[in-house]
Design a protein around this ligand. Structure first.
Ligand SMILES: [Zn+2]
Length: 276
């Protein structure tokens, strides 16, 4: 797995450098070989793992698991907007944030809740937007950075809403606002006013839409937009500077926290239920 000698293509500038080089002599990238782990990381995340598809697959899988975990919730008669809604217990078990999760200090739910959805309509709507915006953000910023923007935006959105409200909350819409903000940042810096204007329009229409629909977390939308903007602003574009292995490592870190977080929520909620 770990490469200890020889060389690799510097992830940032594309020139051949020694695997143990402390900095790339051509572009100055810090530890381009990531202590020997860069090649395996590149193969794994850079070439094979489509991070946008991974996000969509995770949302769909967790939605199905949430329904199966508490099947009695499915048959409860509710309106069109909450058709096929997972039960509250199942959602807490899979990492819903806000409410008791936030009171108990379960910080990882800031990430896990991004991947949970409350109805067929909710998940269809969000997956459609991720599919529409995700590939563009990946292409302009790089897949690792796009994934990091998505997660930072969603987590920041929930942080803002948890600070201001006690309501339990889920969904990728804060992250979607972050993707919109990232595309605006790109459009502004590249002088593409058409793209910025288009994305501003989407963001404003979606934001207003949130106030017209019941049960929408508008604070998470606003927070996601700000979080996505700041994250995107701090990152470079892929045609200026390619992603370092560190960015891919950060993306993997978010994946790991999300997976471990779901396990933690599941164990803790199930423990509370058994004790009660
Ligand atoms: Zn380099």
């Amino acid at each position: 797995m770990r490469q200890t000698q020889g060389s690799l293509v510097c992830p940032q500038c594309g020139k051949l450098v020694g695997i143990n080089e402390p900095t790339c002599p051509f572009c100055g990238a810090w530890r381009p070989g990531l202590y020997g782990w860069a090649p395996v990381l590149q193969r794994l995340v850079g070439n094979h793992l489509d991070l946008i598809s991974l996000i969509v697959a995770t949302c769909v899988t967790l939605y199905v698991i949430a329904l199966l975990l508490q099947p009695e919730a499915i048959t409860q008669p509710r309106g069109m907007l909450s058709f096929l809604s997972p039960g509250t217990r199942a959602l807490y078990q899979l990492g819903m944030t806000g409410g008791i999760a936030w009171q108990l200090g379960w910080w990882w739910t800031l990430l896990t809740a991004i991947y949970l959805h409350g109805s067929v309509l909710h998940i269809l709507f969000n997956v459609m937007w991720i599919r529409n915006l995700g590939p563009a953000v990946s292409e302009m910023f790089g897949p690792g950075r796009a994934f990091v923007i998505f997660n930072v935006a969603g987590a920041f959105g929930f942080l803002v809403s948890n600070m201001m409200s006690n309501a339990p909350t889920i969904g990728a819409s804060g992250s979607i606002f972050g993707l919109l903000a990232a595309l605006i940042v790109y459009g502004r810096r590249r002088g593409s006013s058409m793209m910025s204007q288009q994305m501003w329009q989407y963001a404003i229409v979606l934001f207003i839409f949130g106030f017209l629909m019941p049960g929408i977390n508008n604070r998470a939308h606003g927070g996601g937009f700000v979080g996505g903007w700041v994250a995107a602003y701090l990152m470079g574009f892929v045609d200026e500077q390619r992603e370092s292995s560190w960015m891919l490592l950060l993306a993997l870190g978010f994946i790991a926290i999300t997976l471990v977080g779901i396990g933690l929520s599941f164990t803790k909620v199930t423990g509370i239920l058994l004790a009660g």
